[in-house]
Design a protein around this ligand. Structure first.
Ligand SMILES: Nc1ncnc2c1ncn2[C@@H]1O[C@H](COP(=O)(O)OP(=O)(O)O)[C@@H](O)[C@H]1O
Ligand SMILES: [Mg+2]
Length: 316
């Protein structure tokens, strides 16, 4: 059993982590339009950020929303490659596939940290201001490491989705667990980074970040480890302020579609002649289940033709 009562609510970052997060708090704010911003983040590679980002993008596009997408992993560029593959596949097949308004931001290679951060901030703010005033949603895919660009992305979030593999290795970035008793000992580096981003957001415009943790690549087996992770996550959710979403199962189809740039949501589009297997149907239901859990605003449907409203969000 897990006992979260030993932790203070919303435990603040340790001093060492504050330093790691970039020192001085600033009250500056990014200018943006009325788009709702969804950020995919954690400090772990291979947990499903890019796969989830592309499926959320496709789902919203199929709903009729205008979607801007931003790839902050300028080194791996996985989301960018996904979008490029999608465009190439659609052009090759002569199919009119729904596409996001996509931007990739490379890391600055300027010599000093302050110069590099200033350049990255300027590039982020320019891209973000445009995407959020011209779209209903902006979906931001972050790298699996702590970086200045990733922090900028987190501070712009309305909704933050953190996919994690069903393992205590991934859980370790959210909270520390006693190996004997399975009790939670405290929050970890990534939770502290989110805590800091939330604080910046509140100071800048009073806005809140709705944080959703989703377990990815779940096995169908009711293993002991799976139940343990579930219990510990339940306990940690209240303590550090996230909601738990059901997540996606371990399915080969999530891996297969990258080269074509297609997602499970496209399989019924005109010109995409892929017969739906049971596994496809189940996986589509999981993606739709995630969207339901996100509780995203729906006012964009009515407000589509209205002029964008400028507002501020937290910034590093
Ligand atoms: N639910 C899933 N089932 C099977 N494979 C998955 C699933 N989600 C992601 N993958 C695969 O896991 C790898 C890492 O996913 P990715 O989305 O690139 O993670 P991240 O962006 O967090 O590094 C990729 O090969 C991807 O195809
Ligand atoms: Mg990725």
């Amino acid at each position: 059993m897990v006992d979260a009562a030993t932790l203070p609510p919303q435990t603040p970052p340790s001093d060492s982590n504050k330093a790691r997060l970039g020192g001085q708090m600033t009250n500056s704010a990014h200018k943006r339009g009325s788009a709702h911003t969804i950020v995919l983040g954690n400090e772990k590679g291979g947990s499903g950020k890019t796969t989830t980002a592309m499926h959320v993008i496709a789902l919203l596009l199929h709903e009729g929303a205008r979607v801007g997408s931003m790839d902050l992993d300028g080194r791996q560029r996985s989301l960018t490659r996904y979008v490029e593959n999608r465009k190439a596949w659609a052009d090759g097949a002569g199919v009119n596939l729904v596409m996001p308004d996509h931007v990739v931001l490379p890391r600055s290679d300027l010599d000093t940290v302050s110069e590099a951060q200033a350049a990255e901030r300027a590039a982020f703010e320019t891209a973000f201001a445009r995407l959020s005033s011209e779209n209903d949603f902006v979906v931001i895919d972050c790298p699996g490491t702590d970086s200045f660009l990733s922090r900028l992305g987190h501070a712009a979030a309305d909704t933050l989705i953190t996919p994690m593999n069903d393992s205590f290795v991934d859980f370790d970035l959210l909270g520390r667990v006693d190996p004997q008793t399975w009790k939670i000992k405290g929050p970890s580096v990534y939770s502290e980074m989110v805590w800091e981003s939330r604080k910046r957001r509140v100071m800048a415009d009073g806005g809140k970040i709705d944080w959703i943790v989703m377990r990815n690549r779940l096995s169908t087996l009711a293993a002991k480890n799976k139940r343990r992770v579930e219990n510990v996550l339940d306990a940690l959710a209240d303590r550090i302020g996230f909601r738990l979403a059901p997540g996606f199962g371990e399915r080969v189809i999530f891996r297969e579609m990258f080269p074509s740039g297609l997602t499970l949501l496209d399989l019924r589009s005109q010109g995409v002649d892929t017969p739906l297997s049971m596994s496809h149907v189940a996986a589509r239901a999981e993606v739709r289940g995630l969207l339901d859990e996100l509780e995203l605003p729906t006012d964009w449907r009515q407000a589509k033709s209205e002029a964008p409203v400028e507002r501020a969000v937290g910034a590093y």
